[in-house]
Design a protein around this ligand. Structure first.
Ligand SMILES: Cc1cc2nc3c(=O)[nH]c(=O)nc-3n(C[C@H](O)[C@H](O)[C@H](O)COP(=O)(O)OP(=O)(O)OC[C@H]3O[C@@H](n4cnc5c(N)ncnc54)[C@H](O)[C@@H]3O)c2cc1C
Length: 97
């Protein structure tokens, strides 16, 4: 595929937001800081915990929480990171003889 580049050993630290629009991401690739600019859009899919964490680090979330951490608020999103639900399981085993 000539329109896909996969970068391994990359850890995204923050989304760059310019005038309310996500325009790129800052990452560490093999320990070195790298900035990626988006040609069109950014798909954020870092999992149930890291996705809201990345949004919050980028200034999207509950204003009081972000301000307490010294993160400039780009977008107030009060429900961000507030609805993680554990899947409770009860395992039953029975020996059939
Ligand atoms: C124990 C367990 C069992 C499960 N069993 C099932 C099941 O049987 N059936 C089912 O349908 N679902 C199951 N799930 C749920 C399923 O795994 C998730 O719904 C699914 O993996 C979510 O996919 P995702 O791509 O959104 O996130 P993930 O699979 O979590 O992928 C996120 C990726 O982002 C990467 N990442 C995170 N932060 C950064 C960052 N800052 N920079 C760069 N990369 C980053 C992570 O390394 C990871 O590779 C289970 C989950 C768990 C924990």
């Amino acid at each position: 595929m000539d329109n896909l580049i996969v970068v391994t050993h990359a850890h995204v630290m923050q989304i760059d937001i310019d005038e309310g629009k996500a325009v790129g991401v800052q990452a560490e690739v093999k320990g070195k800081p790298v900035t990626f600019r988006a040609a069109k859009e950014i798909v954020l899919s870092a999992g149930a915990i890291n996705t809201p964490m990345l949004l919050e680090r980028s200034g999207i979330g509950q204003p009081s929480r972000l301000e307490a951490l010294g993160i400039p608020v780009h977008k107030a999103l009060p429900g961000e990171g507030e609805n993680l639900q554990d899947h409770w399981n009860a395992y039953l085993k029975q020996l059939v003889t």
